[in-house]
Design a protein around this ligand. Structure first.
Ligand code: 2BA
Length: 109
């Protein structure tokens, strides 16, 4: 068995969870925050048999979109004035960031 730790954008979560549960997969949703943008995102824990891994990855890919956003970062070469100290950068977020771990044991009591 594998455990997928899947970080997705909040806007994709409901569609993704519906698609996964309708296909018979069990999912746990955690509210999380990205370290770079400091904005909310969602982490899904999905335990899945190895032979179903590709199907789950396809469902995630089909439901998680790439989106562009802008943030500001500190410009280290700028003078200390607040206006010139930050620069805007364009960022592409998503579709999904997925960690796939081997599950040692899966117990439901
Ligand atoms: P955030 O950390 O808020 O990152 C949002 C987006 O900002 C990232 O999208 C990426 O495009 C950009 N970004 C992140 N760190 C950056 C950096 N040091 N320099 C320049 N750009 C940077 P995604 O790659 O799609 O990641 C979406 C979210 O997935 C992340 O939100 C974070 O919560 C999670 N994530 C991604 N990679 C991770 C990792 N290696 N470990 C833990 N969480 C990760």
């Amino acid at each position: 068995m594998k455990l997928l730790i899947s970080i997705v954008q909040d806007a994709d979560v409901n569609f993704l969870m519906d698609a996964l549960t309708e296909s018979g997969y069990r999912v746990t949703k955690l509210s999380t925050t990205g370290g770079f943008l400091k904005k909310g995102n969602t982490t899904l824990l999905i335990g899945v048999e190895e032979e179903k891994l590709d199907e789950v990855l396809s469902i995630i890919e089909a439901n998680c979109k790439k989106r562009n956003t802008t943030t500001t970062i500190i410009n280290p070469s700028a003078e200390s004035s607040l206006l010139t100290n930050t620069v805007p950068v364009d960022i592409s977020v998503g579709g999904a960031t997925i960690f796939i771990l081997d599950v040692d044991q899966y117990i439901r009591l």
